[in-house]
Design a protein around this ligand. Sequence first.
Ligand SMILES: CC(C)(COP(=O)(O)OP(=O)(O)OC[C@H]1O[C@@H](n2cnc3c(N)ncnc32)[C@H](O)[C@@H]1OP(=O)(O)O)[C@@H](O)C(=O)NCCC(=O)NCCS
Length: 160
Amino acid sequence: MSVDFVLVEKPDSLAFFRQIERIYLDSFPVSQIRPNKMIIRMLEFDPNYYLLVAREDYFIVGFSLLYAFNELNAAFLDFMAIDKTYRGRSIGSELFRYTLNVSRRLVVNSIGVFFEVERESPLEYDMEGFKYRGVRFYRRHGAKVLENVHYMGVSPRTRT
Ligand SMILES: CC(C)(COP(=O)(O)OP(=O)(O)OC[C@H]1O[C@@H](n2cnc3c(N)ncnc32)[C@H](O)[C@@H]1OP(=O)(O)O)[C@@H](O)C(=O)NCCC(=O)NCCS
């Protein structure tokens, strides 16, 4: 079965969003998520907010949400997640690469994509912050950890 990656031009049905919502709610703690309704509104009304999906035979197995900050020549990766049952098959890696490529097309003179990664458990903490699986994943794909950024969100986070 083959996986393809698409920039969704116009999300057309609630059933479509239900698939995204299922992956989303399953992947992030409640404290971190945006209500689905807000995502739908942002996609509808804000031309700088983009939804990208990974599909296997037209079934959605992952998504990323990207905000193009054209004035900053950069994009913000708002969320990215792969359906739990599809993880570990490189779909996340491919979706991340695809998201980077799309951001280069969408953002004028793009200097890159920035995002934050949640610390998964206190046990995974190390002083360099590189042991977190999420951080390792993104570093493997060329992301750079921003040193000396001590800003903390509502729940403590690791910055990359
Ligand atoms: C991060 C994520 C998108 C990777 O998707 P994937 O399809 O499993 O990725 P790949 O198969 O290409 O790569 C697998 C690697 O992802 C790593 N990974 C990173 N974060 C992970 C997480 N939260 N849960 C599980 N695996 C994760 C795995 O450890 C594995 O690397 P390893 O074998 O060195 O441990 C997916 O794990 C996920 O949806 N996680 C939950 C949501 C999330 O953390 N999103 C990113 C922050 S916005």
